[in-house]
Design a protein around this ligand. Structure first.
Ligand code: FE2
Ligand code: FE2
Length: 293
């Protein structure tokens, strides 16, 4: 691919994209307070419970997950503090992000040809696959991989309208240059959905490591803070079974394993096929276990 088109129209569009990110509504203060508290070593379950109680949807979901028979819990817990202690801070972090992200990620993305909940279903699949891969590869905090997987394509929410307008040009460019969707986005808009996702989560003041892993999920070798999480998400994105197995959607989702990914994760190429079939088996178990939101 050649350098990004530097026409006035394109730079105007890039400015428009950047402006729309800064105009996004901030996250509820309670969400940021919980996420920050979960990262503080002195935080107690009582404090986390108090912060969760400020949010009705999060309270309901936390109690539902903590009492889920499908997750193997036999005795019920009625208080949020009990639920927090049962789940642990890492899983609470995933619940908080899932609750905040489920609304926006469930919308229909006409540009990317994703129907209602299309992006949400893909995000949940990649999150579960990233969690499984992280555990299998003995990554120390699989919940971080889950959260990064859940939010990895959030930048598509902002780029969708531009993809919609330029869809035919984009597909032509992809075929002509054998390029991925994100490379064509970068070429046409000056920014790709992974970078936009990094900007959105940075605007929401999410932890820097999470922002970094979203920004580099298609180019994990460029990650500054934790190449392994970006590489796990890149691999999960390529290996999950497609929700809609038509070629057009596969191309749009950019299901390509970056050459750096296997290197970073130290996975020999000949093991990929068996890793993918184990992952697909594991996904059935995940889907059966996670209570829907
Ligand atoms: Fe992506
Ligand atoms: Fe994706």
């Amino acid at each position: 691919m050649t350098q990004p088109d530097s026409s006035i129209a394109n730079s105007r569009r890039l400015n428009e994209i950047l402006r729309s990110i800064t105009r996004l509504r901030p996250l509820p203060t309670s969400t940021n307070r919980i996420l920050r508290a979960l990262d503080e070593p002195q935080t107690t379950a009582g404090l986390v419970a108090e912060l969760i109680a400020l949010d009705q949807a999060l309270t309901a979901y936390t109690l539902r997950v903590a009492n889920s028979a499908a997750l193997g819990y036999t005795s019920s817990c009625a208080s949020i503090k009990d639920a927090v202690m049962r789940l642990g801070f890492r899983q609470v972090r995933s619940l908080v992000v899932s609750t905040v992200a489920s609304g926006p990620l469930s919308s229909r993305l006409s540009g990317y040809r994703l129907g209602d909940k299309g992006l949400w279903n893909h995000s949940i699949s990649v999150a579960s696959a990233a969690h499984w891969l992280a555990g299998t590869l003995r990554f120390p905090d699989p919940e971080k991989a889950y959260v990064a997987g859940l939010l990895h394509d959030i930048g598509k929410l902002v780029l969708d309208q531009y993809v919609f307008a330029d869809y035919n040009d984009m597909v032509n460019l992809m075929h002509r240059h054998n390029a991925s969707m994100w490379e064509v986005e970068k070429h046409l808009f000056g920014v790709d959905h992974a970078e936009v996702g990094g900007m959105i989560t940075s605007h929401w003041q999410f932890p820097e490591e999470l922002v970094d892993s979203i920004r580099y999920h298609h180019t994990p070798g460029k990650s500054q803070l934790n190449q392994k999480i970006s590489a796990i998400v890149n691999l999960a994105n390529a290996l999950v079974p497609p929700d809609n197995p038509n070629t057009q959607n596969m191309e749009l989702e950019g299901r390509v394993i970056h050459p750096h990914t296997l290197q970073i994760l130290n996975i020999p190429e000949h093991l990929l096929e068996s890793l993918q079939s184990r992952l697909i088996d594991a996904m059935f178990v995940y889907e059966a276990r996670m209570p829907s939101m």
